[in-house]
Design a protein around this ligand. Structure first.
Ligand code: ADP
Ligand code: ASP
Ligand code: MG
Length: 405
C-alpha cells in the first residue's frame, strides 16, 4: 500500500460543502487501497483575515503571538475535516504541527523545519486511520508554536511525504501548473510534466504555485510532486527529476510578477566600493534585492537601478536617501509601478535567439524594457506595471504556448 500525502489549499476547504467534498475524495482514495495523510490550509482567506485583525489590534505584533494567531486557522480546518471524515465512516485524527512532530527553529513568521518526528502520524496510518495535519506550523526548540510562513502548508506536505516515504499531491483551485497564470491568460496550457530545475526557476520568477520552499525540499529529498485540482479531481502536473527522454521545451512558462518595485540611485561617482556599500546596507536591512543594473559611466558618473520587494520600498528608500549623501550621489528615484516578466525553459540553453525574440515581440507591441537579467534557463525583463498582463500574453503567444496555437 502506498502512502499518499494529500494537501488541500485554502480555496479547496473554503466552506462546509468543500470540506465534505474533500472528505469524499479522501475516502475514495482509501477505497482504492492507498494510505492517506492529509495536510490542510486555513479555510478560504482566513490567514489574510487573521493578519488583518492583528494589524487592527496591534502596532508591535510580537512574533510569538502572531504565530499562535495564524496557526489557529489551520487548526480549525483539521478538526472540521476530521468530523466530515468520521461522518463517512473514515477514522481520522487531527494533529497540530507540534503533535505531528514538526520541530522548527525559533524564527517566528518564517520558521524553518529542523526535524520531522513522524512517529505519531505513522502510528495513526498503521492503525488504519487518516491523520489530518495542520499545515505551515510546528513547535520551536524553545517549545513555542511557530508558523512556517505564507505557502508553508505545501512544505509541511512535502516534509511529511519525505518522512513517510510517500508521494505528495498538492490540491488547489486550478488543475496544475500552467504555462502562465490561467486566471490572467485564458489560453494558458497545463504543463503535464516539469523538472524541479524549471519549476524552481518559475517559482523564483514569481509563480505562486507550488510554494518555492516546498519545491526545494522535494528536489533535495527526491519527493515526487503532483499539483492538481480539488474541484475537477483530474490528473494535473507532475514535478519530478528530469527524465532522460524528456524533450526540453524552449519556453515552458511565462510569469508576470508585479510584487516588486525599483529604486534608481542617480549621479553616483564611478569608484570601487560604491555598489558594495549600497548593497551591503540593503542586505543588513534584510532586503532581498533582485535585479541590479549599473549604467556605463560618463565622465566618472553612473547610475545604479535595482528591484526589491514592493513591501520593502519605504524602508529601502529611506536607506538609499541617507546613503546617497554619503556616497555623493545626486538623486534617488523610486518606482513602485513596475512588473517583472520572466520566461523559463530548459531548452533556452541550446536554442539561440530566445532573447532576440523576446525583445522583438515586446518592441512590436510597443512595450518598453527597463531592465534585463538572465540565467541559463530564464530571461527576465522589467516593464511598466500597467503593461504586465499584455507583455505576458504577447510573449505567451510568440513562443507558441497558447492552447489555440
Ligand atoms: P493554494 O491556496 O491552493 O495553495 P494558491 O492560491 O497559493 O493555492 O495558488 C494557486 C493560484 O496560483 C491559482 O489560483 C492561479 O491563479 C495562480 N497561478 C499563478 N500562476 C500560475 C501558474 N503558472 N500555474 C498555475 N497557477 C498559477
Ligand atoms: N494558510 C497559510 C497561507 O495562506 C499557509 C498555507 O496555506 O500554505 O499562507
Ligand atoms: Mg497557498
Amino acid at each position: 500500500m502506498a502512502v499518499v500525502v494529500q494537501k488541500f489549499g485554502g480555496t479547496s476547504v473554503a466552506d462546509p460543502e468543500r470540506i465534505r467534498e474533500v472528505a469524499d475524495h479522501v475516502a475514495r482514495t482509501m477505497r482504492r487501497g492507498d494510505q492517506v495523510v492529509v495536510v490542510v490550509s486555513a479555510m478560504g482567506k482566513e490567514t489574510d483575515e487573521l493578519l488583518h485583525l492583528a494589524h487592527q489590534v496591534s502596532k508591535t505584533r510580537p512574533g510569538r503571538e502572531m504565530d499562535m494567531l495564524i496557526t489557529a486557522g489551520e487548526r480549525k480546518a483539521t478538526a472540521l475535516l476530521c468530523m466530515a471524515l468520521h461522518d463517512l465512516g473514515v477514522p481520522a485524527d487531527s494533529f497540530t504541527g507540534s503533535q505531528a512532530g514538526f520541530i522548527t527553529d525559533t524564527t517566528h513568521m518564517n520558521a524553518k523545519i529542523l526535524e520531522v518526528r513522524a512517529e505519531r502520524v505513522r502510528a495513526a496510518v498503521d492503525a488504519g486511520r487518516v491523520p489530518v495535519v495542520g499545515g505551515a506550523q510546528g513547535v520551536s526548540t524553545n517549545k513555542d508554536v511557530t508558523f512556517l510562513g505564507r505557502g508553508g502548508s505545501d512544505t509541511t506536505a512535502v516534509a511529511l511525504a519525505e518522512a513517510l516515504g510517500g508521494v505528495c499531491e498538492l490540491y488547489t483551485d486550478v488543475s496544475g501548473v500552467f504555462t502562465t497564470d490561467p486566471r490572467v491568460v485564458s489560453v494558458a496550457r497545463r504543463i503535464n510534466r516539469i523538472s524541479f530545475d524549471e519549476m524552481l526557476e518559475m517559482c523564483a520568477a514569481g509563480c505562486p504555485k507550488p510554494a518555492m520552499r516546498a519545491v526545494e525540499f522535494a528536489r533535495t529529498h527526491g519527493v515526487k510532486l503532483h499539483v492538481r485540482s480539488a474541484f475537477t479531481w483530474e490528473p494535473g502536473t507532475w514535478i519530478t527529476e528530469k527524465e532522460t527522454d524528456m524533450e526540453d521545451a524552449i519556453v515552458s512558462g511565462v510569469i508576470g510578477d508585479a510584487s516588486e518595485a525599483k529604486i534608481t540611485i542617480g549621479g553616483v561617482p564611478d569608484q570601487p566600493g560604491v555598489a558594495a556599500r549600497v548593497f551591503r546596507a540593503m542586505a543588513s536591512a534584510d532586503v532581498n534585492v533582485d535585479m541590479i543594473v549599473q549604467n556605463v559611466s560618463e565622465d566618472g558618473i553612473t547610475d545604479i537601478s535595482f528591484t526589491l520587494p514592493a513591501d520593502d520600498l519605504p524602508k529601502c528608500l529611506a536607506l538609499a536617501e541617507s546613503l546617497a549623501s554619503e556616497i555623493g550621489a545626486s538623486r534617488v528615484t523610486p518606482d513602485s509601478s513596475i512588473a517583472k516578466v520572466s520566461l523559463v525553459g530548459a531548452g533556452m540553453k541550446t536554442n539561440p535567439g530566445v532573447a532576440a525574440t523576446v525583445f522583438e515581440t515586446l518592441a512590436a507591441n510597443k512595450i518598453n524594457i527597463e531592465m534585463i537579467s538572465t540565467s541559463a534557463i530564464r530571461i527576465s525583463v522589467v516593464v511598466a506595471g500597467a503593461e504586465c498582463d499584455r507583455a505576458v500574453a504577447v510573449l505567451h503567444t510568440a513562443f507558441g504556448l497558447d492552447t489555440t496555437a
